[in-house]
Design a protein around this ligand. Structure first.
Ligand code: PMP
Length: 404
């Protein structure tokens, strides 16, 4: 007799990090008035670049429903690599990038973890160092791939900023050739990123300790409003020759959540290695999905390769980041000036990206859900993209109530 697993009893149930009917059957039953979770970048305004690309695609004679190659659309992989590594990238010029199209960022993380589990020469146990805290799915993805999740200090609750010394200490203390996962920009859930100077110091220690870097880049553009600035760490590390891989998602920055558009790139030492990595990736991809989905990738090829659409996309990202920043300022003003809410709130304006790590605990988070129908994860993370001029006062008022 088969028994269905009780979702509550599942060890990773507590990690589920979004209140969405698709995530949790329990939450689906609740009436959701305000869902503080990711909204489209420029949903209400434009997204002309997306609509235009869709029109071009649908009107094109070449549109079809054929399989893509196993590693994905070569033009998509090349444009995606250019976006993250930069048009001037020496790794691209020297053909040292092995790319594969993936099922969005999650698929890239999974395939990257599986690849390391099979082929990386771990010095001791198969372990990956994850930031404390990190995206709730990271530990589960690595565990499933047979890699034990370990942690490095990242967020300092006292300063609600980066625990830079803790991070450096962990890099130095880990065995040589350890694998460290870094969020390339707009860290989820904290919204705390190292400065460029701090990244340079991290890179120096990583190089010295011969560590491997697993970059997860799910929010390129959301940190600063600029694709290039948000790719700083990845490009800096790649230029230093640090062995690394990059997981790339177009879910958030291109508003293509449901299309599952992503890529996994390995920056390696020479083009001979590219062939070897790609041949292994092909085998792994084949047993799992065979061929990645074509529609979203075709849209992204048009958007990334057409200068006008690309420009519009960049503008929308900036508009959206500015909007979130305005929400941060207003929330800060409401809490500190109007409501005089007890506690420190300066992190609201210091953090970047679409999330805000409030620093409130599970008790207060649950209370917000119960009394106000404001949905956030239990670790106190809200998505600022869900705030607008109509609901921000309501949110601030209730946040004030639950912390008093
Ligand atoms: N990495 C991080 C850090 C994320 O926050 C997310 C989305 N929550 C992902 C990867 C994966 O997103 P997707 O599979 O939708 O691209």
């Amino acid at each position: 007799k088969y028994q269905l697993l009780d979702p509550e009893a599942h060890p990773d149930r507590g990690d589920i990090d979004q209140y969405s009917p698709y995530y949790s059957p329990l939450e689906a039953r609740k009436e959701i008035h305000i869902v503080l979770q990711a909204l489209e970048p420029a949903e209400k305004h434009a997204r002309q670049w997306q609509r235009q690309a869709t029109q071009i695609l649908l009107n094109s004679d070449t549109v079809n429903h054929e399989y893509l190659p196993i590693l994905g659309h070569p033009e998509f992989n090349a444009a995606a690599a250019r976006l993250i590594l930069g048009p001037e990238s020496s790794a691209i010029r020297e053909k040292r990038v092995a790319s594969v199209q993936t099922i969005s960022g999650t698929g890239a993380n999974h395939l990257g973890a599986l690849f390391l589990s099979k082929f990386y020469s771990f010095r001791e146990d198969k372990e990956v160092y994850l930031s404390r805290p990190t995206w709730a799915n990271h530990p589960a993805i690595f565990r499933d791939a047979g890699i034990k999740p370990a942690e490095y200090p990242y967020f300092d609750p006292k300063t609600t900023g980066l625990d830079f010394n803790g991070l450096l200490k962990a890099l130095n203390a880990a065995p040589e050739r350890s694998v460290f996962l870094f969020h390339a920009c707009a860290h989820n859930p904290t919204g705390v990123d190292p400065t460029q100077e701090q990244w340079k110091e991290v890179a120096r220690v990583v190089l010295e300790c011969k560590h491997f870097v697993f970059f997860d880049c799910a929010y390129q553009g959301f940190g600063s409003g600029n694709f290039d600035q948000d790719a700083f760490a990845v490009r800096y590390f790649a230029n230093l020759g640090i062995p690394l891989l990059i997981c790339q998602s177009f879910a958030k920055n291109a508003g293509l959540y449901g299309e599952r558009v992503g890529a996994l790139h390995f920056v390696v030492e020479d083009s001979e290695m590219v062939n070897r990595v790609q041949s292994q990736l092909s085998l792994m991809q084949r047993t799992e999905i065979c061929n990645p989905p074509s529609y979203g990738a075709s849209l992204m090829i048009l958007i990334m390769n057409n200068p006008e659409l690309f420009e519009e996309w960049k503008q929308d990202i900036l508009t959206m980041v500015n909007r979130i920043s305005a929400m941060r300022n207003e929330l800060y003003r409401l809490l500190t000036e109007e409501f005089k809410t007890p506690g420190r709130w300066d992190h609201i304006v210091k953090q970047v990206g679409m999330f805000r790590y409030t620093g409130i605990g599970p008790k207060e988070s649950r209370k917000l859900v119960e009394i106000a129908h404001v949905y956030l994860t239990e670790n106190g993370r809200v998505s600022l993209a869900g705030l607008n001029t109509h609901n921000i006062r309501y949110f601030a008022e209730h946040l004030d109530k639950v912390v008093r």
